[in-house]
Design a protein around this ligand. Structure first.
Ligand SMILES: Cc1cc2nc3c(=O)[nH]c(=O)nc-3n(C[C@H](O)[C@H](O)[C@H](O)COP(=O)(O)OP(=O)(O)OC[C@H]3O[C@@H](n4cnc5c(N)ncnc54)[C@H](O)[C@@H]3O)c2cc1C
Length: 464
């Protein structure tokens, strides 16, 4: 590998920038953007590089590592301001020490604040709340392609913030972010298992219970284990401190590691996947019988993955579907994925998960812009056939009216993105051109996403 090879956290996507540089300050970023001779285009910032799509790749260009800018700058009763390279886990724990928490607590603790404010995220929406981290971003500071500084707040520039929340560093490089936060509230969690058909029949009743719904899907056994969460302000006493560490260990270590070794060591596919499906039974048992409490802390859901991934690493993809179509979509997907294994010999080797995420118009490209959505996320150790599977999965999901996420859905086409996002994609493409007329920040990934021609036009003056 070249000296400047940058791989994503999972290790299946590599970029070879001409220059790889670590930013320590806003001044560093200004200097980089103003000097295309030393720092060639495209310039892309990256955080923990946990994305499962090559959205931060800048082959032949400049990649800016943001994690050196990781200070927490200010905490008040209802806001936190941090530099863009600080990770969710660290910020959330600094808040917890003061009795405070984020609204959205994704399990991915390595999520940097810069990515959290301008890229896609998901967690099951708590009742009456959003499930995308950026929706609680109330202010950003950014260096524009011209090197000039821009500050925007929800109060003063709501339209601009709505666009920045899904700009993925194509408007400018984010240096500082403010999020709305709240006091820690006790949180209830428990699990129930249903067959796929029962789950679908009961959807209206499950929605009406008033819980956040995330679910683990064991589709080869047609079983779904639902995680129910809601705040439970009346809970008394000290919060339970063991249920989330057990869940986190199962999800981020024991689960993927067991599946990885089973895939690697058991040559016979039938036996291999029987073992993996049997392990699914152990997983369900733990969720149903151990991961339950009336009083936990949302911060404890957040996982700090190792900086360098090991044999417990996993990857996944995601499409979101309008929830009113889900009762049809999931059973059809279950058939499709089983038939895929029969006819093509490939199946994902961990499980699937899904999230229910509330209607959210806080970002222009929100995948739940038009209404509540439920997702289908295959999870894998990237066993042979995974990437080819994802291309077929993309086609299937797009055909069913799904919406992809640029940083979490590998390999979707421009046409699939356009079909899902329609005029909103065109509006974001136009806005991006205003901010970056010289395409200083536009890598091939976003060139395709926004439907820009493959060859860049001659640079023009950037917007101040
Ligand atoms: C094991 C695993 C578990 C995961 N679990 C979840 C989960 O529960 N929920 C969820 O939502 N996601 C999850 N993800 C996906 C991941 O969180 C997102 O892809 C997220 O964007 C990663 O954050 P990051 O800091 O690594 O961003 P990166 O991958 O480094 O960057 C994401 C995008 O943001 C841009 N960017 C980053 N920093 C800046 C900046 N300062 N200024 C401008 N642009 C910037 C990059 O160019 C890129 O386009 C998971 C991924 C893995 C591998």
């Amino acid at each position: 590998m070249s000296e400047n090879t940058v791989t994503n956290w999972f290790g299946d996507l590599a970029a070879t920038p001409a220059v790889l540089v670590e930013a320590k300050s806003t001044a560093d970023i200004v200097r980089i953007l103003k000097d295309p001779g030393t720092y060639p285009s495209p310039v892309r910032a990256f955080g923990s590089n946990h994305s499962t799509a090559p959205c931060s790749a800048a082959d032949g260009g400049t990649m800016i590592r943001m994690k050196g800018m990781n200070r927490i700058l200010n905490i008040t009763e209802d806001s936190v301001t941090a530099e863009a390279g600080a990770i969710l886990y660290d910020v959330a724990h600094a808040l917890k020490d003061k009795g405070l928490q984020f609204y959205v607590n994704t399990e991915i603790g390595n999520l940097t604040m810069g990515s959290a404010c301008c890229a896609g995220t998901k967690d099951s929406s708590m009742p009456g709340e959003f499930g995308q981290v950026s929706s609680y971003c109330t202010g950003i500071k950014m260096v524009l392609p011209s090197g000039e500084l821009l500050e925007a707040t929800e109060a003063k520039n709501p339209d601009l913030l709505q666009a920045v929340r899904c700009s993925y560093g194509t408007f400018g490089i984010v240096t500082e972010v403010t999020f709305r936060i709240r006091k820690i509230q006790p949180m209830e969690v428990f699990h129930e298992t249903y067959t796929v058909s029962d789950f679908m029949e009961r959807l209206p009743e499950l929605w009406s219970r008033g819980y956040a719904l995330m679910y683990y899907m064991f589709l080869f056994d047609e079983l779904v284990t639902i995680e129910f969460r809601k705040y439970n302000p009346k809970a008394k006493g000290k919060p339970n401190t063991h249920v989330w560490p057990i869940r986190n260990n199962l999800w981020s270590v024991i689960g993927p590691r067991t599946c990885y070794h089973t895939e690697r060591d058991i040559g016979d596919k039938t036996i291999r996947y029987k073992i993996i499906d049997a392990f699914g039974g152990y997983w369900r048992w733990n969720l149903e019988h151990i991961i339950q409490s009336k009083n936990t802390t949302a911060t404890d859901q957040i996982i700090r993955y190792p900086d360098v991934s090991d044999d417990s690493r996993y990857t996944f993809s995601l499409w979101a579907f309008p929830e009113e179509t889900y009762a049809k979509v999931l059973p059809q997907y279950t058939k499709w994925v089983k038939n895929y294994y029969k006819t093509k010999g490939y199946r994902t080797n961990i499980l699937h998960v899904g999230y229910r995420i509330a209607k959210d118009q806080n970002s222009v490209l929100s995948y739940s812009y038009d209404g509540n959505v439920m997702t289908i996320d295959p999870v894998s150790t990237a066993n042979p056939g995974w990437k080819e599977f994802l291309i077929d999965y993309n086609q299937w999901c797009s055909g069913q009216g799904g919406v992809p996420l640029p940083n979490q859905t590998f390999g979707f086409t421009y046409e699939q993105g356009k079909k899902a996002l329609g005029d909103r994609l065109a509006a974001m493409a136009a806005k991006r051109r205003e901010f970056d007329p010289g395409n200083r920040l536009l890598n091939p990934f976003f060139r395709q996403f926004f439907g820009e021609p493959a060859k860049s036009p001659a640079p023009r003056a950037a917007k101040a």
